[in-house]
Design a protein. Sequence first.
Length: 439
Amino acid sequence: MTYISSIGLIVGIAVLITLNLKGINGFISALAATIVVIVSNGMNFWEQMSGTFATGVGGFVTSYIFLFCLASAYGELMKTSRSAEVAATWMFEVFGQRWAAVACMLISFVLAFGGINAFIIIFTLYPIAGPLFRKCNISAALLPAIIMYGSINLLVMCPGNPSNLIIALSGYLGTTSYSAPVMSIVLLIIATIFGAWYFSNEVRKNAANGIGYVVKPGDDELMSDDPNVDRPSVIVAFLPLILVIVVKTLLNSVMSITNGLLTAMLVAVVVLIALNFNRLKGHVMQDFTTGFWTSMNTLLVTGSIMGFAAVMKLAPGFVPYQNAASWMAYNLNPYLSAAITINVFSCITGACMAGTQMFVSTMGETFAAMNLNNAGFMRMLSIAAMGLDTLPSSPVLVNTASCCGVTVKECYKYVFMVTVVAPLVLTVISIGLIYIGIV
């Protein structure tokens, strides 16, 4: 039964990935995958479905409902006030087609370093990136990879970053977000150069092959060629986005991370409405409500994948993977075995944060007792955790693709290269840096 249970976990992940790639609704995909895991592991069906799965969904929705809704409302107001159009036009004039993708990558990194959650960055950045890519005739399928790479992968390599991933690892290793500064900077430079090269190269290749932006329903609302349309200034267009970072930073010492971000988003929405009231007059409440409710489907779909991960962690079939991890810890190179283990856990849960929490709770004491270079170990683990977490079962990927108006299948070849292959290669590089003493 143990073998069947363990195989059932792999089949469950495969079902979730396959259905997501086929464009099946994410909630239905997660339900189907969860049922596979429950049945193959001999778990109590309704106890897991109405208990563990529903609790996992509810926990995510409870944590993110106001963030998702406020951020989505902000995005809608940016669009209807023409602020997004003005910001996109300015970026097009400054960066042009060749560097537009790189600019979006760097902006997503800055937003993340400012403390904005990766789930929320997509709502705040897409209203600008969407019309920018349309103006540059760049395929929107590149956007999920660009935003995820900048806001997640680049972030964890930067010394002093506010990533929850680093916070979780620092807690059990006794390190800080500033630990291993030289190693971090070296990896950040390598990763940034790779990202800039890869995205600009893909833009160039797509242009040569005639692959460009595909206009979707609603896109016409983002751009207008009418010179008589009332548009805000560039300063007014960018000010709400800047306020999100500034207010969030100022509140770091007086509020929790979530409350600080909620307050920052609320301030940005209020200022956005105030500065563009004449442009929004008569439909501001309708725009706010439209944006507020638009996020609900994305919120539920993302939460359902979290519910699936919650069931996976309780399945009896997970025990052999834990045992295999323990064997590797004592019989292989500890850095390599830890990297493999945290990747497996991130793959199973579909999220690097969940995989890291599982690693710390099940294997933390084992590796902590091995007298490793904790500073370098923390940085290596944070990068390794981001490898196999971005399979098509990833909730962040599903959320980002949905917000960008593309399917997981359309964007995944780009996502795979920068959020799976790149972190795995950087993990190997980080282990090498530890051994030659660059920490």
